[in-house]
Design a protein around this ligand. Structure first.
Ligand code: FAD
Length: 446
């Protein structure tokens, strides 16, 4: 029997995506270990159900390829959480291999150094070594212009449905009150604090509120009366005035049947592959037409998403702007599905990069795919108190992989004044001229 909706709670968490679920579970453990309470003090609300947002439709890649170095420590914690019970969460620690051209060598060197400084083991290969390394894993790799390869050994992927089930299970084991079908319709703000959360099923008085609502964050931001534009100061001294607080991007992904099977040279499930070639065009193998002037793809075995063996992956997200139709979300939304252009692009990249995938366009699985996300002004997460008793996790669409964020956020919620790993992600970085820069990539996931 589901628990009743309480009229008050010490902690109300809005949104049961990866961040709401992981935080609720870890908060329960944190309260228990501090002798401050238990999961019974935590209510987790979702207007639909756990995993109804981006978490339920993500590709599931778990990686640490970020030019924003403070993210590397967060991902280190995340791997610990994935490995807490990899079977329950469906985590496959196959590794993650990223490839770039010469223009990215310096960025990769920085990433490699930073990853290893936080014990996120990775190996870097440059020039001929990089190309040899690729063919040692995938003998048919067509490496043309690849000059740098980074192999993250701790990374991999997880099935999204399995991960959501696992996180809900951990919440239940720790007595968190998980409520599906309860929509937050407003926040009762008095004296600059949220006194209560208003829902379509009743009002809940709250001591502390966590807002982690993924693509719906702009709506909740407005409900809390916060400004939709701001001045953003960067580390080089430049300032962009009146920037949108939130910008939507749409993600295009898909699956391709492949009876291969898709294995490494030594018959193992391959690492997730990520290739960005900023100076190499993608050409349609049938028509010779240039589909794009650069390559950006990632893929892995399809497992959870496919009823037959195949590949699942995606490409560069597409910017929408400050407004988007969030409802209905995900695969139910006609506006934001990956179409035939994506299928052409993705399969052309596959054939360009591996001989085994030449001519796979007819095997593209026709189904609804893709979804949108709300990105912050510098495309890097904002994790901060936005009111004295309201903490926000806006992951800028980085975060199915970031199960460890919930562990750190739980410490903050339970009363730790400063969690060092979270300090770089404070909201005031924009006014303090500490916004993150982008590095060498076309991707917003910096
Ligand atoms: C197509 C796609 C592929 C992706 N692939 C990857 C990937 O491979 N790896 C990776 O790391 N990341 C990936 N991401 C990004 C990742 O999925 C998101 O960053 C992450 O899941 C966001 O989690 P969240 O908890 O913030 O939000 P969500 O998962 O979106 O959860 C928010 C929840 O809030 C609920 N909600 C909203 N409004 C209300 C309200 N008013 N009242 C109550 N509940 C409310 C929603 O129902 C929803 O369940 C992908 C994203 C997309 C869209």
């Amino acid at each position: 029997m589901p628990s009743p909706l309480p009229s008050s709670a010490s902690y109300v968490i809005v949104g049961a995506g990866v961040h709401g679920l992981s935080t609720a579970w870890h908060l329960a453990m944190e309260l228990e270990s501090r002798g401050q309470g238990s999961g019974r003090d935590v209510v987790l609300l979702d207007k639909s159900r756990p995993g109804a947002g981006a978490t339920g439709i993500a590709c599931g890649c778990v990686r640490n390829l970020y030019m924003t170095e403070p993210l590397h420590a967060i991902l280190r914690h995340s791997v610990d959480v994935w490995n807490y019970d990899p079977v329950l969460f469906g985590f496959q620690q196959v590794g993650y291999v990223s490839c770039g051209e010469e223009n990215q060598v310096e960025d990769y060197e920085r990433i490699h150094k930073s990853q290893n400084s936080v014990d996120y083991n990775s190996d870097l290969y440059v020039g001929e070594d990089a190309r040899k390394y690729l063919t040692s894993i995938w003998p048919d790799f067509k490496h043309h212009s690849i000059d740098v390869v980074l192999h993250e050994h701790l990374s991999g992927y997880a099935g999204t449905a399995q991960a959501v089930r696992g996180l809900v299970e951990m919440c239940r084991r720790h007595d968190v009150n998980v409520q599906s079908g309860v929509e937050v319709t407003g926040y009762d703000v008095q004296g600059g604090e949220v006194r209560a959360v208003e829902t379509d099923k009743g009002r809940i008085e709250a001591d502390v509120v966590l807002v982690c609502v993924g693509a719906w964050v702009p709506t909740h931001w407005e409900m809390l009366g916060l400004p939709t534009t701001l001045d953003v100061g960067y580390r080089d001294g430049s300032v962009v005035e009146g920037k949108d607080m939130w910008t939507y991007w749409r993600l295009e992904e898909g699956e391709v049947y492949f009876d291969g099977p898709y294995y490494t040279a030594d018959n193992k499930n391959p690492p997730v592959l990520h290739v960005e070639l900023m100076n190499t065009p993608v050409v349609d193998p049938q028509t010779g037409e240039e589909l794009d002037d650069n390559v950006y793809v990632y893929w892995k075995n399809g497992t959870e998403r496919m009823e037959r063996p195949g590949i699942q992956g995606g490409g560069m997200p597409v910017k929408i702007g400050p407004d988007a139709s969030v409802e209905p979300y995900g695969h139910a939304n006609d506006e934001y599905q990956a179409g035939p252009d994506f299928a052409d692009y993705f399969t052309a990249c596959m054939g360009m990069l591996m001989k085994r995938f030449e001519g796979v366009r007819p095997n593209f699985k026709e189904r609804r795919n893709g979804g949108i996300g709300a990105f912050t002004p510098d495309n890097v997460p904002v994790i901060d108190w936005i009111m004295p008793n309201v903490l926000m996790v806006a992951d800028s669409n980085h975060g199915f992989k970031m199960t460890g964020l919930g562990k750190l956020v739980a410490k903050q919620l339970a009363g730790s004044m400063k969690v060092p790993e979270l300090q770089p992600f404070k909201l005031d970085r924009y006014e303090k001229g500490q916004a993150f820069g982008s590095g060498t990539t076309h991707s917003p996931w910096v």
